[in-house]
Design a protein around this ligand. Sequence first.
Ligand code: GTP
Ligand code: MG
Length: 636
Amino acid sequence: MIEQSKSVIVGTAGHIDHGKSSLVEALTGTHPDRLEEEKRRGITIDLGFAFLEESGVRFGFVDVPGHERFVSNMLAGAAGVDLLLLVIAADESVKPQTREHFDICRLLGIQRGIIVLTKTDLVDVDTVGLVRLEVEDYFRESFLARAPIIPVSTKTQAGLIELKRALLVTAQELPEKNAARHFRLPIDRAFAIKGFGAVVTGTLISGSVAPGEEVQLFPSGQRLRVRGVQSGGKSVDRAFAGQRTALNLAGIEHTALRRGMSLASPGKFRVTRRLDARLELLASAPRLKHRARVHFHCGTSETVAEVFLYGCKELASGQDSMVQFRLQDDVLVLAGDRFIVRQFSPVTTIGGGVVLDPLARRPTLRDTGRMAFLETLENGDKVEILAAMTDRAILGLRFDEILARTGWLEPEIASAAKTLASTGRAKAISSEPLMLLAGKAFTELHNKIFARVEKFHSLNPLLPGISREDLRSGLGRRVRPEAFRVALDDLLAQKKLEAQGEIIKRAGSTISLDPEEARAKEQIDKAFATAGLAVPAVKEVLSKLSVESRRAEKILQILLRDKVLVRVTPELIFHRDALAQLRDRLSVFKKTKGDRISVPLFKELTGISRKYAIPLLEYLDRERVTRRAGDERVIL
Ligand SMILES: Nc1nc2c(ncn2[C@@H]2O[C@H](COP(=O)(O)OP(=O)(O)OP(=O)(O)O)[C@@H](O)[C@H]2O)c(=O)[nH]1
Ligand SMILES: [Mg+2]
């Protein structure tokens, strides 16, 4: 990867008419207002963009409207901002949207900012001093407490050099964005350029993107190819996190693209309508009722959501709580994403927070572990988070789900999984793809399998064991085949169980017959042995026994399994000695009379009726003792 100069997204914020757009123009030479209506009315309605390269730092400016009616546009621009320029006119000081925009930036987790006092040419020095004191006081306990406060005038150019210097100093203090993470670009504009086709723009919040790469559009899931990439207004080989980015996309009309959609690395993420989060209600907001409807803003997207409060009926002003949002539309959000919540009506900003679980389950009373789980998601390290996720996945947790829920990189998942497996907190029940089962669940599965085998033995003392398939299906659908296989293999390796082909039995178990059963077994054996080929009816043999029919049937099964008896047709059973003798006789016949034998000759040789002779011959064919040739058999 080529060494990148630092890229910083600077976002303006502040009350209407306080001079945000004028300031962006004074700093960059570009007036950010683009729309005809904006020019006519002299106000900003939608987002505007401008660039500045200064001492090796590439600043991408996002200029937002101050009008309270356009806060939702402001929100789309604020996502991805690294450095806030909070614009306050010296002749008006702090006003409602100064506060609202500031609240939004704080809730979005913006870490750094500069407070700019504009229009200083309209007031005297004392007023500037007074506004400065007011501002210092207002932001004392916030992330702007130590922010530089720079008085400027775009009319006289006063303070602009100081402001540029402050921008550079603050930019140096910002941490480098990690471009190695998964690519994600919330779309803030979509349009067509003649001869190029669809173009989208946005702040690249994570990862990087290059021409030729495949990306996935959300919420539709459509895969698209990137034809060209621009950042800072120039074509580039690759755009990186922290840059304003424009992508020329192949395979789609610009009319199918809109603000609020997003692009991401293909095949990794899933849209959601249900997410768990930490919500903070602003002190200025009225209290929030359980199941209230709100406007939910995340990235550049906006939808309506129902708020499910965990553990309280009402959230008081200035308080926070774990909540679930039930969204009206599919949205791509990842754990750690910040969001803003606005009151349904009248529409004002009332709070915001952090997404903890983007693919949350429906809330249920039975789910008592959810709070602890969410706290782990909020504060835990990767190993703790993965352990908690695995513990809650009764069926096991697959690699693709881990990625979609966390947004972690593949090696991060592999390393956390390895740590979990090595400490026994989870078991890898499959490796390609990786699937984890909680250590506790795995032990339980062990015990369940073992108990089922035990139970089978006690209910079926005359059977050697249970078939693999019966064992697995008896565990219910909440056990994945992979988990069953690994747990069973474990038990076999530990020599707690034994396998004989498809039959699983307790290690060392043998069938024990009581004296009555043993006698019955001998009687059956003898009845068939003495009958030779003129076998008796099975029913008749069994009915003569002293044991009841169910047990008699089982004893018969044992004899069949041990191949003492051979079932030739469902009704016809022969003793193995009788069949061995028959083979001998046939080979003598072959030697003395030739290798062909007809049905009548076979009847004569064996002394049995046609009723028995035909199935017996067919059996011999199957056993490759004879082969049918017209009306005759060839003795092989
Ligand atoms: N005298 C004086 N006027 C200024 C200064 N900065 C901006 N203005 C004027 O104030 C008015 C509003 O400026 P904008 O830059 O459009 O204000 P804005 O904050 O972008 O307004 P919205 O985007 O609509 O919220 C314009 O008429 C500007 O010419 C300044 O430093 N001095
Ligand atoms: Mg403006």
